[in-house]
Design a protein around this ligand. Structure first.
Ligand SMILES: [Fe+2]
Length: 313
């Protein structure tokens, strides 16, 4: 066979292949991997539901709510005053709104700035966090051994996950839930920042927070369309949403913070931060009322009229 014939034979074969590829085979199928399982939008307090099922109409389910402590940069006097309050009263549940840890050395703002991170070790921040949790649990369970504790994930806590996105080889070794020993302390962990999950007790929803605009309380309640309580922005702000009907009004409520007001990153710039926490009283039907004591100079006066002053050892 001549070279020309061989070449023509090759062309015929190649054209056939091209036609086969274009029309003769089933079209390629796309296979995309789902990045992560979709978590529930709402997680209800199982303890509240269990209580509400048998509670008398006049009974109360009491919840202590603490906003951003940003350990180890918390306001120690304010936190101590709140712990005294926890030990002095009977609560059924303690909900922390997140940014429990600061983890500034994992922040993208600190990336590449070794001087800002000097001496800061994740294991020490976890050890300190466990110490604070144990102290809180002691206060909480002093008057109610069966009281529950719930920790909501904030954007600061999530910094560990952001690190794992960059360095997945450490997955399973450095996560917040394990670092703080939440499972062995029977503390419920709500992945509010990762999943957008909100935690609900009766007719009140708790989340870390989302919007930081001037009128964030309005935006929160307009978008979530329920009573929504959150930290994140460190100020105390409320907005009541217009609703149809009687007794149907819902609020967006920022709960302040428990971190020091002189955080390094805020410098001496103006701010509207407020040390505060929440005391919630729920009825079995889910309706509730709440108080937000504001803390000044490490002290506040409770609705009972008693003043609590924080002590720093
Ligand atoms: Fe936050």
């Amino acid at each position: 066979m001549s070279d020309i014939n061989l070449f023509e034979e090759f062309l015929e074969w190649r054209n056939g292949k091209i036609v086969e590829e274009l029309v003769g085979k089933a079209p390629a199928r796309y296979e995309f991997t789902q990045p992560a399982a979709v978590a529930p939008a709402v997680i209800h307090s199982a303890k509240f539901q269990e209580w509400a099922a048998t509670a008398k109409p006049t009974s109360v389910y009491r919840v202590l709510v603490t906003p951003d402590a940003q350990l180890p940069y918390e306001d120690k006097e304010a936190c101590n005053a709140v712990e005294q309050y926890a030990a002095d009263n009977r609560f059924d549940e303690w909900v922390d709104l997140g940014d429990f840890l600061d983890l500034d050395f994992l922040s993208r703002h600190n990336k590449g700035k070794a001087r800002l991170n000097a001496g800061k070790m994740l294991k020490e921040h976890y050890a300190y966090g466990r110490e604070v949790l144990d102290r809180r649990l002691d206060c909480l369970r002093k008057n109610n051994r069966r009281a529950a504790m719930t920790l909501i994930e904030g954007n600061h806590d999530y910094r560990v996950e952001a690190l794992l996105d960059e360095q997945p080889e450490f997955e399973g070794m450095i996560e917040v839930a394990e670092g703080l020993g939440l499972a062995e302390r029977k503390i419920q962990w709500i992945r509010s920042w990762r999943d957008g999950t909100i935690y609900k007790i009766g007719k009140a929803a708790f989340t870390h927070g989302l919007y930081t605009s001037t009128y964030h309380a309005r935006k929160m309640v307009e978008n979530y369309c329920c009573n929504i309580f959150y930290g994140h922005v460190h100020d105390v702000q409320q907005f009541s949403k217009v609703m149809h009907g009687h007794d149907e009004v819902v609020v967006g409520q920022a709960m302040g913070c428990l971190c020091r007001l002189d955080q390094a990153y805020i410098k001496q710039n103006p701010k509207n931060w407020q040390l505060a926490f929440g005391d919630f009283f729920f009825r079995p039907d889910g309706m509730f009322t709440y108080y937000i004591p504001r803390i000044f100079d490490g002290q506040f006066t409770a609705p009972s009229g008693k003043t609590y002053k924080g002590r720093v050892k």
